[in-house]
Design a protein around this ligand. Structure first.
Ligand code: PRX
Length: 669
């Protein structure tokens, strides 16, 4: 396995023509971005259209120090613009109207289409007009529960065009999770499709939306309009039998088909001029208390940061074809499927399916088909694909690839090497991008032509980003060392608040270390100054790149009448990165058996989503607790991996519990 000293220089073919061709260039640009932020970002902002010009004297203000007053960040405050105008009209006016914005590749290889910038602008305007006709106004929330289809992009940009705040929820979340999110933001409209195929699985999305909307209605909130894209009837099903769209139940007065209203709407819609600090969208992320947090991003700063990271991190050039496999319902889909690429006038692939359908080489088939230059995916997908024969990769022509991206969780060196050698032919640069829903865009990342790569290192800060490592006491760790990863100042796309809960924003991110934005991750700096993200330092876990909180799963488990208590920890998993390992204590009358295990797994699937299903459930007649009753998760994590080196257990109320749990680990653990 490569050591921290193994360094892979960017290949000459990548360095040539690269936007940032050396580490010295990068350092110079990074220095300028910190010393003269107005000048650095001001130059970039000039490439966009501002209806009310930027006041350069009032370019950037913030307070990160909770002891000095409320936390805030403002970039280009007072200037007005419209993001959809900049992504669409501006590109059409620049002569790129006929350029392909998206190649759409369906779940089934027989299904594909394409959309130019001009057509995308027309579709967005049409749908924006439909939203307006249903009473949607600036500031209203629109909930979106969509598969990876072009209408999802159209919906996002139509909201941006009229100043409505889109709130996408990954269409793998359960009706419960979705309804909680609709209720929290009190969405007026919901946009979905009748369903979608993912591999051979049929997702009945409208049916899930119906359940979610009726749960909301029970709690006094009625979604006024539900727009449904009729998708299933136009695609090829795995069996070849056409799907009958009349199977989808529609509620009169509330539900309308996209196809019945959008085609006749006008293709022109004047954009709503938005203040730079007006909200653009919100996106929920798990919180360690269990209640999801509505991360709020604003207009101007998010737009310029999404555009700039896309350009430099993927070393994008106008003739490139770019593909990000992330689902549109996650932040990666927002910034690097929609906003970043379109802000650069790029051509992207939008893929509906999975890496495994119809065969385990689908990713490489698609790269070859569209001659993809930049490919961006998650370590969990790489680890899943590594298990198959090399031939599945090598039989395809992947010579178009130049940059390979990784996101969502730490990439283990073995997966990195496979990606680098087999997919990238030791020619491509790998960008291991560290960021969060909250950061809006990449914050730590190598740059393709500039950064000598170390497998598994997120490397260096992007422009405008100032990372600091702190010890437990809040003292800065300079040089080599490890600790909490925090940031000393905001970059343009840092989230501005949590929807309707600024207090929670301040407490979660700014209270532990006044003066810093606290990521919740740990990091170490090696002797060469490279940053390595070591994982969460709070009670969050990352299953296949999906972040969730142990508290959320525990509270769902303990609602089961047979359970007295539950404690959930993350256990390393060869493909998912981490999986859920649950310790449960039954009530006096509860019986621990296969039926209970099945029920508990099912509850978690239903309440959160299938991706959250626990891998291991262990019977724990008692949990290791301190004398004050606090569960010692450190010990549970050791039991989960069967590591008897548990350290100091002198504070435990009953040390015998530990031995008992080691002795009764389930066979599948
Ligand atoms: O723990 C870090 C991990 O994913 C978390 C953010 O999750 P989310 O908000 O869902 O956004 C994921 C996509 C940006 C982080 O706090 N994470 C993300 N990227 C990396 C990572 N951990 C290590 N290396 C990465 N490249």
């Amino acid at each position: 396995m490569p050591s921290q000293r193994t360094v892979y220089e960017p290949h000459a073919s990548v360095v040539k023509n690269s936007h940032v061709p050396s580490l010295a260039h990068y350092e110079e640009m990074h220095k300028k971005s910190l010393e003269k932020p107005e000048e650095f970002w001001g130059e970039i902002a000039k490439q966009f259209y501002w209806e009310t010009p930027i006041d350069h004297k009032n370019f950037f203000r913030y307070n990160f120090d909770i002891t000095k007053g409320p936390i805030f960040t403002k970039w280009m405050d007072g200037a007005t613009t419209n993001v959809s105008y900049n992504l669409l009209d501006r590109n059409v006016r620049n002569g790129n109207g006929e350029k392909i914005a998206f190649y759409w590749e369906g779940n089934h290889p027989d299904d594909y289409s394409r959309l130019t910038y001009k057509r995308l602008l027309e579709e967005v305007s049409r749908f924006a007009n439909v939203l307006k006709s249903r009473g949607v106004q600036k500031g209203d929330r629109v909930a979106v529960y969509m598969p990876m289809i072009l209408e999802a992009v159209v919906t996002i940009l139509a909201c941006a065009r009229i100043g409505a705040i889109h709130s996408l929820v990954f269409a793998g979340f359960s009706a419960d999770s979705f309804s909680e999110r609709i209720l929290d933001c009190r969405a007026k409209v919901l946009v979905t499709s009748d369903g979608a195929w993912r591999g051979e699985k049929l997702l009945q999305l409208k049916a899930i939306c119906d359940q979610a909307m009726s749960k909301c209605a029970q709690k006094g909130h009625n979604v006024e309009t539900c727009v449904v894209v009729s998708h299933l009837a136009r695609v090829t099903s795995p069996s070849g039998t056409p799907y009958k769209s009349n199977k989808t139940p529609m509620t009169d007065g509330r539900d309308i088909y996209w196809q019945d209203v959008v085609p006749q709407a006008s293709t022109s819609c004047y954009p709503e001029w938005m203040e730079a600090e007006d909200p653009l969208f919100m996106l929920y992320t798990s919180g360690s208390t269990g209640k999801p947090k509505g991360v709020l991003h604003t207009t101007g700063g998010y737009m310029i940061y999404a555009a700039t990271t896309f350009k430099y991190v993927f070393d994008y050039r106008p003739s490139d074809v770019y593909w990000c496999t992330a689902d549109i319902g996650w932040i990666t889909g927002h910034t690097y499927v929609v906003y970043g690429p379109l802000a650069n006038g790029a051509t992207s692939v939008l893929y509906e399916g999975t890496p495994f359908y119809p065969d385990n080489d689908r990713f490489w088939v698609v790269v070859d088909k569209y001659k993809v230059n930049q490919f961006y995916t998650a370590p969990t997908a790489i680890r899943a694909l590594m298990k198959f024969e090399d031939d599945l990769v090598t039989r395809h022509d992947l010579s178009s690839l130049r940059v390979l991206g990784s996101v969502g969780e730490p990439i283990n060196p073995e997966a990195w090497m496979w990606y680098y050698k087999l997919v990238g032919h030791e020619r491509c640069s790998i960008v291991d991008t560290f960021w969060q829903t909250e950061t809006g865009g990449h914050v730590l990342t190598p740059l393709p032509g500039a950064t000598p790569m170390k497998p598994g290192a997120a490397s260096f800060p992007f422009f405008g980003v100032q990372p600091v490592i702190l010890d437990e006491a809040g003292k800065e760790v300079k040089g080599e060392g490890e600790g909490y990863l925090v940031f000393a100042r905001p970059w343009p796309s840092l989230m501005r608040s949590l929807y309707n809960d600024h207090d929670r924003y301040e407490t979660t991110y700014f209270t532990k270390f006044p003066g810093y934005y606290c990521t919740g991750d740990g990091a170490k700096r090696d002797a060469d100054g490279y940053l390595w993200v070591t994982g969460r330092v709070d009670d969050m876990l990352n299953v296949s790149g999906h972040l969730m909180s142990t508290a959320e799963v525990e509270s769902i488990l303990t609602e089961h009448p047979s359970l007295a208590e539950a404690a959930v920890v993350a256990k390393p998993h060869p493909v998912k990165g981490e999986c859920l390992y649950c310790f449960i204590t039954t009530t006096e009358h509860g019986v621990f058996d296969d039926k209970l295990i099945k029920e508990l797994k099912q509850i978690v699937r239903e309440r959160i989503g299938p991706f959250a299903q626990p891998d291991v459930i262990q019977n724990a007649p008692a949990l290791p607790k301190t004398r004050s009753g606090k569960i010692m998760r450190r010990i549970l994590r050791k039991i989960a991996v069967n590591d008897r080196d548990v350290g100091d257990i002198s504070t435990l109320a009953d040390a015998m519990v530990v031995e008992q749990l080691f002795a009764t680990r389930p066979k599948n653990a």
